[in-house]
Design a protein around this ligand. Sequence first.
Ligand SMILES: [Zn+2]
Length: 127
Amino acid sequence: MNDPDKPNERPDFWLTVIRTTVGRCPNCGAGRLFASYLKPVDHCAVCGEALGHIRADDGPAWLTILLMGHILAPFLLGVVPNLTWPDWVTMLVVLTLTLVLALLILPRAKGFFIGAIWRSGCIGSEK
Ligand SMILES: [Zn+2]
């Protein structure tokens, strides 16, 4: 386990956030980061690094909204007005795309923030 007071002994920032963005432990890259969809594990099953205390708060939701806006806005403004589909089909496609994108991006955004917080050496909790 790494000493939280020595963040320079931890892996490189980008390696860390890549590991956590794909749902792996920031320290070893082998253990799982999430016990369920958005709940981080208390400790890595492989290296024992404590991860459950790190709180990303509203950061993942903010990043998800930011990314979805940049993905969906060109689609909504450039593609949807030119579609010849019935309105209900267009709405169904747009709502499904929005839901799928949000569900795909949110855990990755949370992993990104957990990795960044862990790498910075911040406590990441309200204790
Ligand atoms: Zn680990």
